[in-house]
Design a protein. Structure first.
Length: 94
């Protein structure tokens, strides 16, 4: 009986360790996505058309928004970034 209990405990410890690794990887991915979103919104605000097109080509959602719900298109319009507005509309921003 003690051997079976030890095997069960070892299996549980392995599962917990794997979950911890998966959770850490998930957090790292979230941080990368947040940094990419920040770069995307900054590019929209500063009329960095080449950066916007590159990020859109890599799959960034053209309707991405900041924590307040303001989209890249809204930021570009507010800042008078005409090139960014055109690039975002071409990228299917709504």
């Amino acid at each position: 009986m003690p051997t079976k209990l030890a095997a069960t405990a070892a299996g549980l410890a392995t599962r917990v360790a794997l979950l911890a690794v998966a959770f850490a990887a998930s957090l790292a991915g979230t941080a990368v996505r947040a940094a990419l979103l920040d770069d995307f919104l900054i590019a929209a605000a500063n009329d960095r058309v080449g950066e916007l097109r590159s990020m859109l080509a890599k799959g960034v959602d053209p309707d991405s928004a900041d924590a307040n719900g303001e989209t890249a298109l809204g930021i570009a319009v507010r800042n008078g970034s005409l090139g960014a507005v055109k690039a975002l509309l071409a990228g299917k921003a709504s």
